[in-house]
Design a protein around this ligand. Structure first.
Ligand SMILES: Nc1ncnc2c1ncn2[C@@H]1O[C@H](COP(=O)(O)OP(=O)(O)OP(=O)(O)O)[C@@H](O)[C@H]1O
Length: 266
């Protein structure tokens, strides 16, 4: 369980995140969603240990990590731009971290990940010659061979489109389930957040606007901001999201309000 307790982040006299309280269970996929500048990346960086917390505590499985340096937290991040080593091929990129920690994953486990992410055909290719989706999968594999206890993804799908996006989404879900890996994903795309995650954390101006399951958010949006920011932006049919989670809109009456909200926001 990852717990954020009264976390506040300030830069000079500007409050970026205010009194954030949150508990995330092991194996949960959580999307962090919100408009540009609301504090999503800052939150990810605080958890990772890249940025200091101004006040509050960060606790993982009962252990206080607030002052524990990044490399000792056992968390790992895949950045938006993949940050692969251009002079190494796909295989070398994937196994790079194992040079210093060879016991972290066995050759069989590395093989399993390569197959899970569909990378076997591309192992000897230079990363420059890979497509965006393939690079993203290499970046994921490189992170996962190190067996992080928490996986952080910053806009992992933003550079991808259509089928490739769907395929990476499926793989992220499969991996999170198979390895019971707690996964936090920053996105500004409501559709992505609602279809990918167990829970969605919506941030507005540095505060939690709502933290709930996709179905709950769609059925009972916490406030007008959620209605305008999320529901009005959705391009997919709401029924598809309910079907995805095996819920009927008949049990979620607030949905009937959504068409009006959509036209209101236009
Ligand atoms: N090192 C810093 N010093 C001062 N202000 C910062 C610093 N890093 C971020 N900020 C400010 O904190 C706010 C939140 O930034 P953050 O990058 O977390 O937003 P975001 O929600 O991830 O935005 P986006 O979706 O555009 O990436 C912004 O107003 C930003 O200018």
């Amino acid at each position: 369980m990852l717990e954020l307790k009264n976390i506040t982040k300030r830069y000079a006299d500007r409050t970026i995140l205010a009194d954030v309280n949150l508990s995330i269970r092991k194996g949960e996929i959580v999307s962090i969603l919100g408009p540009s500048g609301c504090g999503k990346t800052t939150l990810l960086n605080l958890i990772l240990g890249l940025t200091d917390i101004t006040s509050g505590r960060l606790v993982y499985d009962g252990e206080d990590l607030t002052d524990v340096p990044m490399e000792k937290r056992g968390f790992n991040i895949v950045f938006q731009d993949y940050a692969l080593f251009p002079n190494l091929n796909a295989r070398e990129n994937i196994t790079y971290g194992l040079r210093n920690f060879p016991d972290r994953s066995s050759p069989e486990e590395v093989d399993e990940l390569i197959d899970l992410l569909g990378l076997r055909r591309h192992l000897d290719q230079s990363v420059d010659s890979l497509s965006g989706g393939q690079k993203q999968r290499v970046a994921l594999a490189r992170t996962l061979v190190m067996k992080p206890r928490l996986l952080l993804l910053d806009e992992p799908l933003s550079a991808l489109d259509g089928l490739i996006k769907e395929s990476i989404k499926d793989r992220i879900k499969t991996i999170a389930r198979q390895f019971e890996l707690t996964t936090l994903i920053v996105t500004h795309d409501p559709e992505e957040a609602l279809t990918l995650s167990d829970k969605v954390l919506v941030i507005n101006e540095g505060r939690i606007a709502q933290f709930a399951s996709p179905v709950e958010i769609m059925a009972n949006p916490a406030d007008d901001f959620i209605r305008r920011f999320i529901l009005s932006q959705l391009t997919i049919k709401r029924d598809n999201i309910f079907r995805l989670f095996g819920t009927s809109h008949r049990t979620t009456p607030a949905l009937n309000q959504a068409p009006a909200l959509r036209s209101e926001a236009m």
